[in-house]
Design a protein around this ligand. Structure first.
Ligand code: ZN
Length: 392
């Protein structure tokens, strides 16, 4: 299929490019005049998006963005993040052009730009990705010397850990155990890749949910925090962890979107799993509500996130790398609140009367049900995918 030529100037909106595509009619843009966004057709997903059980939706109280991103430190964090991004972009001459991280396809069109980075949409599978992107050595330097992460470590995380533990990590443990049970996994060894502060592993240990819990965390400060919590730590990159085929479950939360080469990461996860073992990944869903509505204005679109999969495209990547995809869910809690907050702050204008009613005028009455609808229909911007390592 021939695609429209790349634009001569940087793109700030998706509309003109989507409108030029043959494909499936998926959404109605502002009216009048009525316009439509078109998207490339996507091959069938290896596993259908599965519904999140109704009971687990109804028993959990709503989560709000301010609970996990405390406003007190927002200005300082934004300042440090801007310094980090400036440091990253100062090395843009070392950035590397890449093909689609999900299907390796070379054809793409611009989706948006942000921070001077170019985000493209793959013509074959609709994954969105940054290209050219920071090389592995630039990324290593970025994370090792990030002032934003140092501030997180010292200030924000301690200030928000209690609520994060309650509202993010415990539900994460519950969901992981539920998946392991549903798919008949032994509770032998669980390995978490990119364990960060170790809260998830600590919660698992407290639950005695697995015989052995291992955290892979290459950042020295974070590895120290994990050890202080009594978690077994391998302080290395996943490729150098040397654990062999030991794991019943490999879990990695919000990591794959940061990586230069996601396929290599999937391979490295596979080498740690016993045949039949389970891989549990979470990441942003580019087809989710807040990213779809806000585009580059979504907080999920940042300079550190290089890969924006959706359930179909991540499923295809896993299938191609020796996994059978068992299920995908989008259990995010924050989409509607995130869009509402940008609207209330004047950062985003709703041109759709229906969304104005749902997100603002009748928020107290229908906001939470709307979020639950997004979750149940696979339309949230937070995605979980579960795959089983094949024997071969
Ligand atoms: Zn692709």
């Amino acid at each position: 299929m021939l695609l429209p030529p790349p634009p001569a100037t940087p793109v700030q909106t998706t509309e003109p490019y989507h409108a030029a595509w043959p494909g499936i009619l998926v959404a109605v843009a502002p009216s009048p005049p009525r316009r439509y966004r078109w998207r490339a057709p996507v091959p069938p997903c290896p596993a259908a998006v599965s519904a999140v059980p109704q009971e687990s939706l109804m028993t959990t109280p709503p989560l709000r963005e301010h609970q996990i991103r405390p406003a007190d430190h927002a200005a300082e964090q934004a300042r440090l993040y801007a310094k980090d991004v400036a440091r990253l972009m100062a090395r843009s001459a070392e950035f590397v052009d890449v093909n689609c991280p999900a299907c390796a396809g070379p054809q793409r069109r611009p989706r948006f730009t942000k921070y001077g980075l170019a985000y493209h949409e793959c013509a074959a599978c609709s994954t969105v990705y940054v290209s050219p992107r920071p090389s592995p050595s630039v990324l290593k330097d970025y994370y090792e010397n990030s002032e934003n992460y140092a501030f997180w470590n010292a200030v924000i995380f301690p200030a928000s850990e209690a609520v994060r533990r309650e509202r993010i990590f415990r539900p994460r443990v519950e969901r992981t155990l539920e998946l392991a049970a549903r798919h008949g996994l032994q509770r032998g060894t669980l390995v978490e890749v990119g364990a960060g502060f170790g809260t998830f592993c600590e919660e698992l240990l407290a639950r005695k949910a697995f015989d052995r819990v291992v955290a892979i965390e290459p950042t020295p400060d974070l590895a120290r925090t994990c050890r202080a919590r009594g978690v077994e730590v391998v302080e290395a990159r996943i490729e150098e962890a040397g654990l062999g085929e030991t794991a019943d479950v490999v879990a990695s939360f919000e990591v794959i979107e940061h990586l230069f080469e996601p396929a290599e990461f999937v391979d490295a996860c596979r080498t740690m799993l016993r045949p039949g073992g389970l891989l549990v990944l979470t990441c942003p869903n580019i087809r989710g509500f807040d990213i779809d509505v806000l585009g580059a204005g979504s907080p999920a679109v940042d300079a550190e996130h290089l890969n924006y999969f959706h359930p179909d495209s991540l499923g295809r990547l896993l299938t191609a790398r020796g996994f059978e995809v068992l299920e995908a869910q989008t259990p995010g809690r924050l989409d509607a609140d995130i869009v509402r907050n940008r609207v209330l702050a004047g950062e985003h204008t709703l041109t759709d009367g229906f969304l104005q009613r749902v997100l603002v005028d009748e928020w107290d009455r229908v906001g939470e049900s709307f979020q639950q609808f997004l979750v149940q229909q696979g339309l949230s911007s937070n995605m979980w995918i579960v795959a089983r390592r094949t024997a071969a």
